[in-house]
Design a protein around this ligand. Structure first.
Ligand SMILES: *[C@@H]1O[C@H](CO)[C@@H](O)[C@H](O)[C@H]1NC(C)=O
Ligand SMILES: *[C@@H]1O[C@H](CO)[C@@H](O)[C@H](O)[C@H]1NC(C)=O
Ligand SMILES: *[C@@H]1O[C@H](CO)[C@@H](O)[C@H](O)[C@H]1NC(C)=O
Ligand SMILES: *[C@@H]1O[C@H](CO)[C@@H](O)[C@H](O)[C@H]1NC(C)=O
Ligand SMILES: *[C@@H]1O[C@H](CO)[C@@H](O)[C@H](O)[C@H]1NC(C)=O
Ligand SMILES: *[C@@H]1O[C@H](CO)[C@@H](O)[C@H](O)[C@H]1NC(C)=O
Ligand SMILES: *[C@@H]1O[C@H](CO)[C@@H](O)[C@H](O)[C@H]1NC(C)=O
Ligand SMILES: *[C@@H]1O[C@H](CO)[C@@H](O)[C@H](O)[C@H]1NC(C)=O
Ligand SMILES: *[C@@H]1O[C@H](CO)[C@@H](O)[C@H](O)[C@H]1NC(C)=O
Length: 405
């Protein structure tokens, strides 16, 4: 903590001065090991029918690195927008990719500002534990991941050696609470398994979709990403099983030009979008933390006690749960920084969640999280440890660190 205070003061005086970043060894199995592991890997089909207050299925589809106007202007995106609600005030949190994915399931990016192999310690909980507390099935589908629960840094296309599956675009795998649990690993699957679960009517109630590095626009262009999104979704939008009480959030992890506001084109699609709201816009402020708060509100879940607590709720869910969203002044918001914390500086401890917090749907922090963190929370509070708990500009401005491009 001594170093933390010192580092904080030093940072105010010399914004470029840093302690060492936390380092991890990279796991990247060779093709022989991949084949062996694949033979041992388990895959689970997990489904459930826990009724939500607004929807029964929540899906997030991730595309990559595109500025708002570029995405909104593409004809395939316009085609999709006609079938859904455009969120024109939805924000990514920082740069580059990985912290955005990490934060979307854990409520914080823990000062991460790079795409390397990182591990979030097992005492940090994610949306998985909130969902499991009510028996809500979950999963992830990542295109071209070689086997379920794959933990390698990447997996190249075996014919062309082009980038294909990458760990940095896998929201849950960096959390040890998932990666050290074989049951949970068996729910992290590839697109072949998506096709199978769809056909068998065994899709989970909460899942993420990550296309490969070409289809998501990362190594290609908005043309490829928009074309992929339309062709992947077009048959699903006609599929009664897929559509029933389903809300799909199609979003981008971050925008492309770091010096501009990190607002990303986002669409709501699926059976939960009322007919009369198709081809309309919603100007409510949202960010990737809304992916957590909306799920909590829908199934009336406890919270993680992090940035999930105060985040605005997507209107199809807010309206049915009687939650009033707050107006956020975005005049000076850019969201192109990180803050001084855990991954950036190996002398800074993990931030405790706010164990006294009450989320937008009026629920406390999950009991297990409170038990784990209560003593650390008290000591960090008495030492004025910086705990980012809100998405407001003022909170972010207290502790900015430049993200290297
Ligand atoms: C997808 O995962 C399954 C289950 O681990 C594996 O058998 C299969 O080979 C993978 N498919 C592709 C295309 O990598
Ligand atoms: C990405 O997936 C598509 C099929 O959706 C495939 O044709 C393409 O080869 C994959 N890209 C890479 C780099 O492997
Ligand atoms: C797969 O499941 C079997 C049976 O439950 C278990 O013995 C084995 O350890 C599991 N393998 C992995 C890689 O989790
Ligand atoms: C592992 O995951 C299963 C199901 O996802 C869960 O029930 C179990 O409690 C987890 N185990 C640990 C030690 O967290
Ligand atoms: C973040 O945005 C501000 C305002 O546009 C800009 O001055 C700054 O250079 C940007 N930082 C990075 C790392 O691009
Ligand atoms: C939510 O309610 C507001 C106010 O009645 C309405 O304007 C909006 O269209 C509704 N949105 C959804 C998605 O239900
Ligand atoms: C929201 O308010 C309406 C009208 O007062 C009420 O019928 C409904 O039960 C409320 N829903 C929830 C989840 O509180
Ligand atoms: C924790 O949450 C409570 C209740 O919302 C709030 O009053 C308090 O300011 C928060 N504490 C911190 C350190 O953010
Ligand atoms: C969480 O785990 C990290 C890494 O092992 C450890 O440094 C920290 O003290 C733990 N915190 C709590 C509250 O268990």
């Amino acid at each position: 903590m001594q170093c933390n205070v010192f580092a904080f003061v030093a940072l105010l005086l010399f914004p470029l001065c840093r302690c060492a970043s936390r380092s991890f060894s990279t796991y990247n199995p060779n093709p022989t090991e991949v084949a062996k592991n694949a033979a041992d890997a388990n895959t689970t089909q997990l489904t459930s029918a826990i009724q939500g207050r607004a929807i029964d299925r929540f899906i997030v589809i991730w595309l990559e690195n595109t500025d708002y106007d570029k995405a909104a202007g593409h004809p395939d995106m316009k085609w999709l927008a006609q079938r859904g609600i455009t969120l024109d005030n939805y924000w990514a949190l920082t740069h580059p990719s990985q912290p955005n994915y990490v934060a979307s399931v854990g409520g914080d990016y823990f000062a991460l500002d790079y795409d390397g192999y990182v591990v979030v310690p097992k005492n940090v909980s994610t949306v998985v534990e909130l969902l499991e507390s009510k028996g809500i099935s979950w999963g992830q589908y990542l295109e071209d991941m070689p086997y379920s629960g794959y933990q390698g840094f990447e997996y190249l296309n075996q014919k062309t050696h082009a980038n294909d599956y990458v760990r940095k675009h896998n929201p849950l795998i960096s959390y040890e609470s998932v990666s050290l649990n074989n049951t949970r690993l068996s729910l992290i699957k590839n697109f072949s398994q998506f096709e199978r679960d769809l056909k068998d009517h065994k899709l989970p109630q909460y899942f993420h979709i990550t296309p490969n590095m070409t289809n998501d626009g990362h190594d290609s262009s908005i043309k490829t990403a928009a074309h992929w999104a339309r062709s992947w979704l077009e048959p699903l939008l006609e599929n009664k099983y897929f559509m029933k009480n389903t809300l799909v959030v199609l979003t981008f992890d971050e925008n492309e030009i770091y010096s501009t506001q990190n607002r990303v084109f986002t669409l709501l699609l699926g059976g939960a979008v009322p007919e009369h709201l198709k081809d309309t816009k919603d100007h409510t402020f949202y960010d990737h933390y809304s992916l957590l708060s909306s799920v909590e509100a829908n199934w009336n879940l406890d919270s993680l006690g992090r940035n999930d607590v105060d985040a605005n709720i997507l209107l199809p869910i807010a309206n049915k749960t009687n939650i009033t969203n707050v107006i956020v002044d975005t005049t000076y918001k850019v969201n192109n920084h990180t803050y001084h914390g855990y991954f950036l500086d190996d002398s800074v401890a993990l931030p405790a969640p706010n164990i006294t917090a009450i989320n937008r749907n009026g629920k406390p922090v999950l009991a297990k999280i409170k038990d784990t963190w209560k003593s650390v929370y008290s000591s960090q509070l008495s030492q004025s440890y910086f705990t980012p708990t809100t998405t407001t500009v003022s909170a972010q401005l207290t502790n900015l660190v430049t993200v290297s491009s």
